[in-house]
Design a protein around this ligand. Structure first.
Ligand code: SF4
Length: 349
């Protein structure tokens, strides 16, 4: 089929103005709210971001508020969104905004790219959607949509293909009426209609202009991702309670779930016996038993977490000296915990 980019962009813009979801960062758009929403939305579902966005904005309504905030408090407010590195990057970005841009989020791509955690996609998103600049954006949704429109079954992870996708997005944005509407429209169409599985072609405004649909190849384009090779980790968590209190330790400052809190744990490359877990813990526990297992699949790792309970910690004063603390179960929301650590604490055999 012939490629008519101008016709595609017009249909996408018209559809978006009709069908866009009413989301809080769209309803009241400021550069800072948009930047925060972009950080939160990276690799996280909209439904989860909706729960966290306004409480975070209430606490940090301006970059200055986040720049000077206590990191542990920031991480606690980020709880549930996962990928805590983004929270740290966002705080560092706020500090750069205060230091280099008088506390105002810049709206041009080169300046945005100087912010920690901001790559080409986020910079393009803020510059086009907030600043109205005619610059492209490419995320997973846009990549899939463009692949299907062009009926191109190149591999989305290939460098040459990524470059070509950016060029296609550039061509779209150069021919559209409103870059902000076009860019948000492409992402929205990919999220709601041209979905990875079971795309709703019957409801799609581009169906009559779609290469994959015309060729009957929607199910084949784009090809499935090559399976990711993940390392396998074995964590052994010990939940120790005293009444309503539970004992927590803080993870180290680097690596997986850096700086977050968890039940005392032993980590390794294989499953350990219960006796081995007890002997390797930094403090004495009694009555330890294994009650089950959780598995978490992360981007580059699979983590098996063997959940144990212990009835007491006989050298608890020594344990507290080692940087652990008793926390009320009712106060867990104010402690930065990974979703996995929270699942361990609430584990039901
Ligand atoms: S017709 Fe189907 S495959 Fe083509 S863009 Fe629309 S939803 Fe995607």
């Amino acid at each position: 089929m012939s490629v008519d980019v101008r016709a595609w962009t017009k249909s996408i813009e018209q559809w978006y103005l009709r069908a866009a979801r009413d989301l809080p960062w769209r309803a009241r758009r400021t550069p800072w709210r948009s930047l925060v929403s972009e950080f939160m939305l990276q690799q996280t579902q909209v439904a989860r971001v909706l729960e966290r966005f306004e409480p975070f904005m209430d606490r940090y309504p301006h970059p200055c508020d986040l720049a000077t905030a206590d990191e542990q408090e920031v991480l606690a407010l980020w709880q549930g969104l996962g990928y805590y590195r983004r929270a740290r990057n966002l705080q560092q970005a706020a500090q750069v905004i205060v230091r280099d841009f008088d506390g105002e989020v810049p709206l041009d791509v080169p300046s945005l790219l100087t912010l920690p955690g901001v790559g080409r996609y986020t910079a393009g998103s803020i510059a086009s959607i907030v600043g109205g600049e005619r610059v492209p954006i490419v995320d997973g949704n846009v990549t899939r949509l463009l692949a299907r429109l062009h009926c191109d079954d190149g591999r989305p992870e290939d460098r040459a293909y990524i470059k070509q996708t950016w060029q296609r997005a550039e061509s779209f944005v150069s021919q559209c009426d409103r870059p902000a509407v076009l860019n948000e429209g492409m992402m929205e169409l990919g999220a709601l209609v041209c979905t990875p599985k079971a795309p709703q072609c019957d409801a799609c405004p581009l169906r009559s202009k779609c290469g994959a649909w015309e060729a009957g190849r929607v199910a084949e384009v784009p090809p499935p991702k090559q399976p990711t090779r993940r390392s396998v980790l074995h964590h052994h968590a010990v939940v120790i309670r005293r009444g309503d209190l539970v004992l927590l330790e803080r993870r180290g400052d680097s690596g997986l779930w850096a700086g977050l809190w968890q039940a005392p744990s032993i980590e390794g490359d294989r499953k350990l016996s219960t006796d081995a877990v007890r002997s390797k813990l930094a403090y004495e526990v009694e009555g330890i038993s294994r009650v089950g297992m959780l598995t978490r699949t992360l981007t580059h790792r699979t983590v098996h977490i063997y959940v144990h309970v212990a009835t007491s910690c006989s050298d608890i004063e020594n344990a507290v000296d080692k940087g652990v603390q008793w926390v009320s179960m009712g106060d867990l929301a104010s402690i930065p915990l990974s979703n996995a650590a929270m699942a361990v604490l609430n584990f039901q055999p």
